[in-house]
Structures are given as C-alpha cells and as structure tokens.
Design a binder for this molecule. Structure first.
Ligand SMILES: [Zn+2]
Length: 315
C-alpha cells in the first residue's frame, strides 16, 4: 500500500518529489513526501520487490573479507586506534582501515562497553561491524538481517528473522544505517526499545535532517538512497519517537564524513559508487574542500548523518 502520510508522525506532506535510484543506476524513480509537521522525508510508493534493490551493486551490503591477513591485522589493531583518526581517513585509503575506524568510532559512541556486553547488530548486512567486534574480543555478539549476504558458520550467529521475533534482551543494540531501511519506523523503534535490557543503550546511525548535503544535492544526496530508505527523519522527530517508547537520548553526534558530499556529487555526474576513483574524477582540492565543509556543517548540526544513543532507564 502506498504511504501518503508521514511514516514518522502520520501527518500530510507539504511537498511530494521524485527521487531516482542512483546507487545501482537502475533508472527507476520513486515518490517521496516531505512532512508538513515533523519535517521528515519518506518513501510514498509501495515497492513490491524491494529485494531487487539489494543486489551485488549495492556497496553497503558487501561481505567483510575476513580471509585477508591484512584485514585481520588492521582489525586487530583497532582496539588501540585513537578515535580522532576517523576524521583523518582519506577517501581512497583501504576500506578495511575505514571499517576498523568506523567500528572503533561506534564503540566510542556507545560509551566503550566492556567485552562481556551482550550486543545485537540490527541489519548487520555483510557482518562488517560484527567481525570487527569479534576481533576486538567481544564474544556475546549477534546479528540480525533478513537479507544478509554472508554464509553461515561464522563465530557469531546471524538471525535471518524479523527483529521483533528475537526472544533475548541486549545491553547494546546497534542499528547502523539500518533503521532508515525499515518500512515502519514507529514499529521499529518500539521493537528496539523492547530488545534493550534495563539500562541498555541503542546506537542508531542514519541519514537525518537538517542536512546541508540534502540542500546541495537534492535527490542525488547519498542519504536519500531511493527506494531503500523508507524514511529520513529530522533529528527532533527521531528523538521524540524514541521518547514515546521510554528511551532517553543520551548522546547526539553529527558525523563529519566527507564522502556524503563527494559521493552525492558522483551521483549527480552519473558515477557508480563501486569502482569510482573520486580523487581522480573530482581532484584532491575538491575532496579537501568537501572535508572542510563536512567538518563545519557537522559542527553546526547540519551534517546529513547523525548518531543517536538512546538509553532505556535502569529498573
Ligand atoms: Zn512527520
């Protein structure tokens, strides 16, 4: 069923616009609404075969190449890597190094949980984060993903069921760029709240508004990612939704990641994400300008990517 009212708050759109699928260059276009009340963006169309949009060309779903000794070494070094290095990672550096940096950053956001923390990664995709956590010594880790492309037989379980069907509770729930892929964000937040132990925290990282790259690139913004993103919430709307299920927002960070700018420019130019050498195509000065812009806009709370830590009260 098409969803003509806001998936976050149920209000009417103040504007409807068209967004094209750009990540895999499939050429199809979709209707999105911009909420007249909470300001969030949402997918209006009913997409019958959503699985077709998660094919091999979708870079976010690549499995982690754990077989590589270099990958293992870098991941093993992660526990000593200082967090500020993340903002320093250059665009064409090893993607393994970037994954290490992102995992390290996620743990910092989550408050440096101890190694015996019970962790669930919702929408774990290719298990990139879970592998990093495993290599850092976390042993009570589980993933959930209906469409995970990785094989079974990993040192941690991946549940290929709806997250609402999981019977356990967790001290830490990650939803790293997955919440926006869920058709019903209200139900998703309710489920996340129910998965948390008393005092447990959920880290949601996702595209959000206000966003300078959205204003610069419109439907070419990487964060819209039609039709896979059902919703791009405004920060206030996301926090209010979490509060309605008893969760308190204990940390909110605007991420200063330059690739949300240069990959969006790539979409504008019709470039695929996989295989594009942005340094060569855009030039080093342009990438440096985007890095400075990303840092400044994040400082001003206008990054297109936000991290939110929600805590379930103890007892
Ligand atoms: Zn709304």
């Amino acid at each position: 069923m098409p969803q003509p009212t806001c998936r976050m708050c149920g209000s009417q759109p103040k504007r409807v616009f068209t967004a094209e699928e750009r990540h895999q260059q499939m050429g199809s276009s979709f209707s999105y609404g911009e909420c007249g009340s909470c300001g969030s963006l949402w997918l209006i169309d009913d997409v019958a075969d959503m699985g077709a949009y998660y094919s091999a060309g979708y870079s976010c779903h690549l499995p982690f190449q754990i077989a590589s000794p270099r990958a293992r070494l870098l991941a093993g070094l992660a526990r000593w890597m200082p967090r500020p290095l993340l903002s320093w990672v250059p665009p064409q550096f090893s993607s393994t190094f970037l994954q290490v940096a992102l995992a390290r950053h996620a743990l910092w956001l989550a408050g440096q949980p101890p190694r015996d923390t019970r962790v669930l990664d919702i929408g774990c995709g290719g298990a990139l984060l879970l592998w990093q956590l495993h290599l850092m010594g976390y042993r009570h880790i589980e993933g959930q993903d209906l469409y995970s492309p990785v094989a079974d037989g990993l040192p941690f379980p991946i549940h290929r069921c709806d997250m609402a069907a999981l019977p356990e509770r967790y001290d830490l729930v990650f939803a790293m760029h997955s919440f926006e892929h869920m058709p019903d964000p209200v139900a998703a937040m309710r489920t996340i709240a129910g998965l948390l132990s008393d005092g447990g925290v959920a880290l949601l990282q996702l595209p959000k508004l206000p966003s300078t790259p959205w204003e610069m690139f419109g439907d070419c913004w990487l964060g819209l990612d039609a039709p896979r993103h059902y919703v791009v919430p405004r920060s206030e709307a996301l926090i209010a939704l979490a509060q309605s299920f008893g969760l308190e927002c204990v940390r909110q960070v605007d991420e200063a990641w330059p690739w949300q700018y240069y990959q969006s420019e790539g979409f504008q130019r019709g470039l695929p994400v996989l295989g594009t050498d942005y340094t060569r195509v855009l030039g080093k000065p342009a990438l440096a300008r985007y890095a400075r812009l990303a840092a400044a806009e994040a400082q001003a709370g206008r990054s297109g990517i936000g991290s939110f830590v929600f805590r379930r009260p103890a007892g």
